[in-house]
Design a protein around this ligand. Sequence first.
Ligand code: HEC
Length: 435
Amino acid sequence: MKKTALVVALAALGIGATQAADPAKINWAKVPAVTVTLFYPGQSSYEWLRSDAHKGASKEVKRGDSCTSCHDEEDAEKDLGEKLVKGGPLEPRPVKGKSGFKELKVQAAYDSKNAYLRFQWKTDNAFPGSEHQYLRFDGHEWKVFGFPKLDKPVQDGSEMGIYEDRMSVMIDDGKVPGFAQQGCWLTCHDGERDMPKQFTKDEAAANPLLQAIKKNDVRKYLPETRSDPSDWKTGKSVAEVEKIKAAGGFLDLIQWRAHRSNPVGMADDGYVLEFRLSDGGKDMFSGNADPKTHQPKYMWDAAKVGYKSITVDKLHQADHFLIREKNAVPFDPNAGWKEGDMVPDYVVSRADASGSAADNNAIASWKDGVWTVVMVRPLALTNADDKALKPGGVYNVGFAIHDDNITTRGHHVSFVRTLGLGAKGKADIKAVKLP
Ligand code: HEC
């Protein structure tokens, strides 16, 4: 073994370096908790906030005032969320029975290796949202089964609502103009999926920036990447976007996913700039549908789990994760498939995750209606698509929870907060230095 390889191997084992804390053993009772109220934002896009419909606030928002300079009443978030979730101009497709707000308990700690972010919240359902979409055999072919609750077929009752729970954090180190004041709303635009004036396939196909980055829909983006910040179609050139990225003008986006990252003890690692992108390398999840045959690529290993597929009546009765290196085998098209057989639409793998996309670990549990998630984020990352967290640093953060089988804007979100790692100045959430 070469010397450098040995040093790397020892470092991975924590030998020769200060030991990182075992996140399962941190005494969280000693770490102060901050409660952040997250609310249902409906379609309150960047564009809506700057329009006359945002009563008497368009000028101030355009000028860059913070949301909380006006929305500062005690129950501001709760009141906004409870109003918006019921439907109206900002919510054309209300989800029946959805809660308007979520109380998120946040705790933070760090040592010489990692930052540890602990989150707790109550789920609307009496089960953890760890199921995700399936591939279902209809007697002839395999089709996606289960959709997020904002989708029309779920709303009209023709499809079942199935989508994983998520806990997301956006991080800015002060280099994204406006994030400290207006947070996640900088990324939320008309034209995106489930937003007003949603892109059409033709519009996406005709867009030079989307063509250049090989995307066919519109997702979160930062205003700076457009020549008109309110028009997704006016993308700057890839070279200009690269310049913004090199100067740090992007947001880190960490998403803990109850189905697609949790089974392998991870949270994904992405960033928002001209699109919502995954970091370099490979995510811990991949689609399980073969694009050519439309058949699954993997099924469960019956020798290990006792079944090769499930049926709809088995949902929520156990964990239904398909983990490549643990309980999956290549799909056998001749295994006697019957109508109604289902295998997960995604396969998860820690072994296949790599590079910058594989930076974040997590541990989580769901008990008595409450998720507890601890994200483990290495300090001082040097990847071009990461925000490096460092002792002494203060960061602007936004939180989001996707609860009860939903995606896109169907989340609860926070106004921006600050997270300090042993910083002298003040921060809303102060990370405690672990012994
Ligand atoms: C200059 C003051 C001001 C600023 C700054 C401001 N707002 Fe508002 N906002 C208002 C007022 C006034 C209303 C209408 C009364 C209400 O519902 O609270 C409103 C309403 C809203 C609504 C609810 C709309 C509805 O249908 O009831 C949302 C959502 C909202 N604001 C979000 C934001 C966000 C996000 C920001 C920061 C990007 C922000 N506001 C900044 C004053 C402001």
